[in-house]
Design a protein around this ligand. Structure first.
Ligand code: AMP
Ligand code: TRP
Length: 333
């Protein structure tokens, strides 16, 4: 079972990333042969970014993933730009990607609308690079949050069209989206997902937030004017808190509704804040230690890139062969 996922090096990761995706990576680490996790710095260049800050963000993200429980001995953890095959396969897959499919991507529409100066062509190609990430490892399963559903579906379509055009080389991946916690909402704007780029600062819980700060943010979370602890369409704020509490305590949402039935929002919010703080505290503590040793993090990523290349290069050979490209370079005589 080959498992692959990617995560952007955008500084501090949040509760949505942890619950929606990182927990899935941990599960994948147990089942993957191997599980491959990539910090996608090339994707980060598809919008305005600060080149001098990016390397540190990559280390932040690597340390955060390890603090959450990824063990580089048991999975492959690496930086995308260390493995040139990702960029190369992106170009090659562009030949089996429909322009119209890219125009239909929700994230492209949202992000291009937000861009102030320049809508980069790389933002348009972003889903093709993501497909390359996945297909380069002949991935069976992709653990992601709900917002990546359309991108993984496109990767499947690209694999199908590649195989139909050039011969059976690539594997059609399945997404693995958690049944609860796949879409954690912003605490201040519960109609919008918790996000590094959108949403609000106060509505976002960072994985490395102090317990006191977490409780404070949850207590101030936006909720409706009612008093019932129950999930409902018009109660987006409370519904989100119920889901988060259920995941943090490992119980079903129905059980949460029963447990807090008859109690007010204040007591419930306090309990949710404490549950999140308990969930994240061990990660935050390990993060501090791991982040301090930069040369060790660099060594870990370099070793991960070597292992990633061992898988990727033979797949690229097959792709080249199928497409009628570059044999003399790959098989010098
Ligand atoms: P990103 O930080 O955009 O690279 O996202 C990393 C992973 O976190 C992806 O698998 C996303 O689907 C997931 N994710 C991001 N935001 C949320 C959210 N609010 N709720 C659940 N999962 C999320
Ligand atoms: N687009 C994904 C996100 O924003 C990150 C990503 C890049 C990814 N390549 C991937 C996720 C491959 C899964 C598989 O979250």
């Amino acid at each position: 079972m080959r498992i692959f996922s990617g995560i952007q090096p955008t500084g501090r990761k949040h509760l949505g990333n942890y619950i929606g995706a990182i927990r899935g990576y941990l599960d994948g680490q147990e089942r993957g042969d191997p599980a491959v996790y990539c910090i996608v710095d090339l994707h980060a260049t598809s919008v305005a970014y600060e080149p001098t800050a990016l390397p540190a963000y990559v280390l932040d993200t690597a340390a955060m993933l390890m603090a959450a429980g990824l063990d580089p001995e048991r999975c492959v953890l690496f930086r995308q730009s260390d493995v040139a095959e990702h960029s190369e396969l992106c170009w090659l897959l562009a030949s089996v990607t429909a322009y119209g499919d890219l125009q239909r991507m929700h994230q492209f529409k949202e992000k291009s609308a937000r861009e102030q100066e320049l809508v980069r062509t790389s933002l348009f190609l972003y889903p093709v690079l993501q497909a390359a990430d996945i297909l380069l490892y002949k991935t069976d399963e992709v653990p992601v949050g709900d917002d990546q559903r359309q991108h993984v579906e496109l990767a499947r379509e690209i694999a199908r069209r590649f195989n139909a055009t050039y011969g059976e080389v690539l594997v059609e991946p399945e997404h693995v989206i958690p049944t609860s916690g796949a879409r954690i909402m912003d605490l201040q704007e519960p109609e919008a997902k918790m996000s590094t780029t959108g949403g609000t600062e106060q509505g976002r819980i960072y994985i490395d937030d102090e317990p006191g700060a977490i409780v404070k943010k949850v207590k101030r979370a936006q909720t409706d004017s009612g008093s019932e602890i129950a999930r409902a369409r018009e109660k987006a704020g409370i519904s989100n808190l119920i889901e988060v509490y259920a995941v943090a305590r490992g119980v079903a949402p129905e059980e949460v509704e029963r447990e807090f039935g008859g109690q007010g929002y204040g007591a419930f919010k306090q309990a949710v804040g404490e549950a999140i703080a308990d969930l994240l505290a061990p990660v935050r503590e390990r993060y501090r230690e791991l982040r301090a040793d930069e040369s060790e993090l660099e060594r870990t990523l370099a070793a991960g890139a070597d292992r990633a290349r061992e898988i990727a290069v033979p797949v690229m050979d097959e792709v080249h062969e199928a497409m009628g490209l570059g044999r003399s370079v790959r098989h010098p005589r």
